[in-house]
Ligand binder design. Structure first.
Ligand SMILES: *Cc1c(COP(=O)(O)O)cnc(C)c1O
Length: 334
């Protein structure tokens, strides 16, 4: 029986080439700044994205936390989407560990935050209010790509109002591949960017925060504080470097597979949201649990959610799509 896991692009296993790169990695103690592979990963990604410095961290959650804390101090505020990962899915870390107040605003259907609503949420300089310091965007946002013109407008607004601009770019490269642009065309609008190596890029662990030398200096101190200083981490960084060199262009295959899956489900009569990158959202409603069990019997793993998210990745092959669609068709017949 095949085993196809559509719950997330975090489930990928390191490829043979990646494991080889990890085994060969030159190592040192990164808390002393002496791991050459970590240093190379940080410098490579920072350079490619147009920043002065980068910092390797174990998770995207930590990378975002350090980014927010490097921009905002105790009693400061950041503006963020209600559905954004930093606000909703990171344990409230910015508030708990950073004493940073989130100001969430409802997101738009295209994954953006309306800049009029953002501007209206910026608080005046008044001792009653927290100090609004930062806008945090996410790209891709639930599989949707923010247009470059929108990013330019967000940059203009934040500059005019004296705010920093952070990108949760967990899936930055999905956005870049979809737009057909160099990733730096996206990141040039931001003061800091967090990139996950462990999503579609296929590394087992790791994210990199990029920004100015000053911001990354602060983030390095904060990383130590939250327990994220790692030692011979080059064994992990090597997987990230391998992913950046070998597994970026192939994201287009994930997007094509997701498009085919979305199209097939639509033909079966399922309400499918428009597919842009590697995520397919389908309204399943109350049948979510029954569908999960039915697909599990065919070796297909999904989450049981009324708004079902199906994610394509490195370990979902084009040939798997017809098997998945057969599973959905059989469920619909019963
Ligand atoms: C996965 C993800 C993160 C970080 O997740 P970790 O599991 O902590 O690495 C951050 N933002 C978004 C949008 C994500 O999808």
């Amino acid at each position: 029986m095949p085993s196809i896991d559509l719950r997330s692009d975090t489930v990928t296993l390191p490829t043979a080439g990646m494991r080889e790169a990890m085994a060969r990695a030159e190592l040192g103690d990164d808390v002393y700044g002496e791991d050459p592979t970590v240093n190379r990963l940080q410098a490579t990604l920072a350079e490619r994205l147009g920043f002065a410095a980068g910092l390797f961290v174990p998770t995207g959650t930590m990378s975002n936390l350090l980014g927010l804390m490097a921009h905002c101090g105790r009693g400061d505020e950041y503006i963020v989407g209600q559905q954004a990962h930093t606000y909703k899915y990171e344990g409230g870390g910015a508030a708990v560990l950073g004493s940073i107040q989130p100001q969430p605003i409802e997101g738009e259907a295209d994954g953006s935050l309306d800049l009029g609503k953002v501007e209206a949420a910026i608080k005046e300089d008044d001792f009653h209010f927290a100090r609004t310091r930062l806008l945090a965007l996410e790209n891709t946002m639930q599989g949707k790509v923010l247009p470059l013109s929108y990013l330019a407008a967000a940059r203009e607004l934040t500059r005019r109002r004296g705010l920093g601009l952070h990108l949760d770019g967990a899936r930055l490269y999905n956005a870049a591949v979809k737009l057909g642009v160099d990733a730096s065309e996206i990141t040039r609008h931001f003061d800091s960017v967090s990139v996950c190596l462990s999503k579609g890029l296929g590394a087992p662990v790791g994210s990199v925060l990029c920004g100015s030398a000053e911001l990354i200096g602060k983030a390095r101190r904060l990383r130590k504080m939250v327990g994220g200083g790692m030692r011979q981490a080059g064994v992990l960084a090597a997987a990230g470097l391998y992913a950046l060199d070998q597994q970026v262009e192939r994201l287009a295959e994930d997007h094509a597979n997701a498009a085919a899956l979305g199209e097939g489900l639509r033909e079966l009569g399922y309400p499918v949201e428009p597919v842009q990158t590697n995520m397919v959202y389908v309204q399943i409603g109350a049948q979510a649990n029954a569908l999960r069990e039915s697909l599990a019997a065919r070796g297909i793993r999904i989450s049981a959610s009324p708004r079902l998210r199906l994610v394509t990745h490195l370990d979902v092959k084009a040939a798997d799509i017809s098997h998945i669609l057969e599973g959905f068709a059989a469920f619909r017949r019963n």
